[in-house]
Design a protein around this ligand. Structure first.
Ligand code: NAD
Length: 703
């Protein structure tokens, strides 16, 4: 949409931007620059008001231009802001709604700013591993001071206009129409200036008495808090330049910092994840126009660990939940667990008592299937047992109204076999939540062979309502995340056999950036979960080589944190993992039984074996069409398994190493006589990429 020009007396009001968020792509920048030039040249215009279309100022740069020539195509953002700032006629920003990133930087280049009371301003670049690159680090501290500017830029969050009340950043906070207030302000300022040049943020002097001490403190805190992220330190440096150098030198420092970050791997990884998130919602054969079903009431079957967490998601979204159990005691315990969760949030001040009460009031516990009849969606979260699940689905099929969606939270079982017991397999879908279900952001949405497209579209939309990142997976054992983690855990156990201690393995992969190593993770989840899966695996795939060391551990009753002992020892009231002499002895005995002479494994070997075990299985998952695209797998590992965001996920990481390097390293591991001889055979897709020099994340959306 071209810039709309309206005259209000001697003030030209320029309204710019494309729906939905007035991002500042090259066309918008060109149109806006032309309109400003014309207004400056127009003798009938004395002042200019800049306002955004679509109810907001601007959400910032067009991120799809990042790293492309379009980003720099003239006028770039810096040119545009320089044009505004150098205008001899005062320019007033009329800020409504969102004003972020490059949009905020434009406003900072204006001579005056009027914000609506509901406006929110911020510089979110840090979230993409960048610093504000169009003067944000230089102008904002000149308007609100070094410390406040640093806080705003490091947090990257939108800040309500009211928080800036009284600072020179905002000349006025308008309760009524913002553009009218900006026009009135422009007229008043014209009188006040009486021909003098309008004020510019760049000319303001920054006086910070204890600057060095403050910046030193900020640098030390940041190094400790974000050791793997270069942007926060670069932000401190750029703001430091603003405080100590002239404006042009500071701008040059900001530019250098921005360019280094933009071309560095961390911003690349974070931008990849940003796009991955958007792409996850797009399913190749399910157009966005697919009609969705209304979900006004949800049923949950099974009030255990997962069922209660799942229920909380919907209660939080103000969707009534009917929670069904087989027995009174389990039902009461489930209801009590939900109540405790809300009480905990109230105690921590995260939720008002009346909001907690309102959410709890939406819960209807029951022991009777007919109470589920009116639900639009029922999610089953009973024991991981095919027979039990099939019985539950038979009952649901017989009781729940036609048109309702029937979902299973199974982590490993064949959804198609579950769907087959119903007369409506197209209404059946998998919703694989991660534990704790009310906290973890990932939802694997499992698409059965009969799942209807509208059912899939409905669940994907609902995932957004309950603030989950949903990724579609096809039916296979373990879907995307757990199928990959099984291979990772197999390697972890083989490495224990060979000589590494659980603590060494955990430390190595945590050093790589994982939130938690495999042994601490198993202790947290419960070692019996893996035991249960392995027992099934021994029956179904008897030739698959497995270390039996984890079974030995479970046989001792060391099921993890819940039993106070697992791979580590746990002490009452202390969640820290302490190395265990019992486990050391168990491992030593097992190695002796195998006849393995323990060796020291280098950190690099531990990390590469774990990560490439994930990558190789993921290549199979992608080739089989279980995942639609590599970036979906990256999201699963980011949100479900604590893979470091700054590495962009396992597929993004493999792309940065290069498929050739991955395959080469796997060939080294294949020479190791211990473990499974076939383990390191490259998946066909990985082999193809290594041969062609291709990358997982350039494969694109598969149909
Ligand atoms: P859980 O043992 O804590 O809870 C299961 C609940 O289901 C129990 O309260 C039980 O009384 C109830 N139940 C059993 N049979 C029932 C029936 N016929 N009708 C109604 N209720 C019945 O188990 P959980 O950890 O919550 O796991 C539930 C499901 O979620 C399983 O399929 C599991 O694989 C899956 N899952 C678990 C996790 C996890 O980390 N725990 C993560 C993802 C998925």
């Amino acid at each position: 949409m071209p810039v709309v020009k309206v005259r209000d007396g001697q003030v030209a009001v320029l309204t710019f931007g494309e729906p939905p968020v007035n991002s500042l792509g090259v066309t918008t920048r060109r149109d806006l620059a032309a309109a400003i030039d014309a207004a400056i040249a127009d003798p009938a215009v004395a002042a200019i008001v800049l306002s955004g279309a679509n109810g907001l100022f601007s959400a910032g740069a067009d991120i799809t231009e990042f790293g492309t020539p379009k980003m720099l195509a003239g006028p770039n953002l810096l040119d545009l802001i320089a044009l505004i700032e150098s205008s001899p006629k005062p320019v007033v920003a009329a800020i409504e709604g969102t004003c972020l990133g490059g949009g905020f930087e434009i406003a900072l280049g204006c001579h005056y700013r009027v914000a609506g009371a509901a406006a929110k301003l911020g510089l979110p670049e840090v979230k993409l591993g960048l610093l504000p690159g169009a003067g944000g680090t230089q102008r904002l501290p000149r308007l609100i001071g070094v410390e406040a500017a640093l806080n705003v830029i490091l947090a990257g969050e939108p800040v309500p206009a009211g928080a800036f009340k009284g600072s020179p950043l905002l000349d006025q906070i308008a309760d009524g129409p913002v553009v009218a207030a900006a026009v009135a302000l422009a007229n008043a300022k014209l009188t006040e200036l009486s021909g003098r040049a309008p004020p510019r943020a760049r000319d303001r002097k920054l006086r910070e008495p204890a600057l060095d001490a403050f910046l030193g403190f900020a640098r030390n805190s940041i190094k400790a808090a974000f050791p793997n992220y270069p942007a926060p330190l670069a932000i401190v440096d750029a703001i430091g330049s603003a405080a100590t150098q002239d404006f042009e030198t500071g701008m040059a420092a900001e530019r250098r910092g921005f360019s280094e970050l933009m071309h560095g791997p961390v911003s690349g990884a974070l931008r990849h994840l940003f796009f991955a998130e958007r792409a996850a919602a797009k399913i190749p054969d399910v157009p966005e126009s697919t009609p969705v079903r209304e979900v006004r009431r949800v049923g949950v079957v099974g009030a255990g660990t997962m069922g209660t967490g799942i229920a909380i998601n919907f209660l939080n979204a103000r969707i009534p939940v009917v929670l069904l159990e087989v027995g009174r005691e389990a039902l009461d315990q489930g209801v009590a667990r939900i109540a405790e969760t809300y009480e905990g949030q109230v105690k921590k001040g995260r939720l008002k008592p009346e909001d907690a009460a309102a959410r709890r009031a939406l819960l209807s516990p029951t022991l009777s299937y007919p109470d589920l009849a009116g639900c639009d969606l029922v999610i089953e979260a009973v024991f991981e047992d095919m027979d039990v699940k099939r019985q539950v689905f038979e009952r649901l099929d017989a009781t729940v109204k036609p048109g309702a969606i029937l979902a299973s939270n199974t982590s490993t079982l064949d959804l198609d076999r579950i769907a087959a017991v119903t007369k409506r397999p197209s209404d059946v879908i998998g919703t694989h939540f991660f534990s704790p279900a009310n906290v973890m952001k990932l939802l694997e949405v499992v698409r059965g062979k009969a799942t209807g497209k509208d059912v899939l579209a409905t669940v994907m939309k609902l995932a957004r309502t309950i603030r989950k990142t949903a990724v579609v997976a096809g039916v296979c054992d373990g879907f995307i995340g757990n199928r990959m983690i099984e291979q990772y855990l197999r390697q972890a156990l083989f490495m224990v056999d060979e000589g590494a201690s659980p603590a060494e393995i955990d430390r190595a992969i945590e050093g790589f950036g994982f939130a938690m190593g495999p042994f601490r993770m198993s202790d947290l989840a419960g070692n019996d979960i893996g035991w249960h899966i392995r027992k099934r695996r021994y029956l179904e795939s008897p030739t698959m080589a497995y270390s039996r060391i984890a079974d030995r551990l479970c046989e001792l009753g060391r099921l993890g944190q819940k039993t106070g002992a697992g791979w580590y020892d746990y002490r009452p009231g202390d969640r820290n993992a302490h190395p265990s002499a019992v486990v050391d002895e168990l491992i030593a005995k097992y190695r002796a039984e195998l006849g393995v002479a323990p060796r020291k494994l280098a950190k690099a070997e531990i990390v590469d074996r774990l990560v490439y075990a994930l990558v190789n299985e993921a290549a199979k998952i992608l080739d089989e069409g279980i995942a639609n695209k590599a970036s979906d797998i990256d999201l699963v590992y980011l949100y479900g398994y604590g893979f470091p965001a700054w590495r962009g996920g396992p597929m993004c990481y493999a792309d940065t190493v290069g498929s050739f390097g991955v395959v080469h390293r796997m060939a080294e591991f294949a020479r190791n006589p211990h473990g499974d001889p076939g383990f390191w055979t490259p998946a066909p897709l990985l082999a193809r990429l290594a041969a062609s020099g291709g990358a997982f994340n350039s494969i694109g959306v598969r149909s």
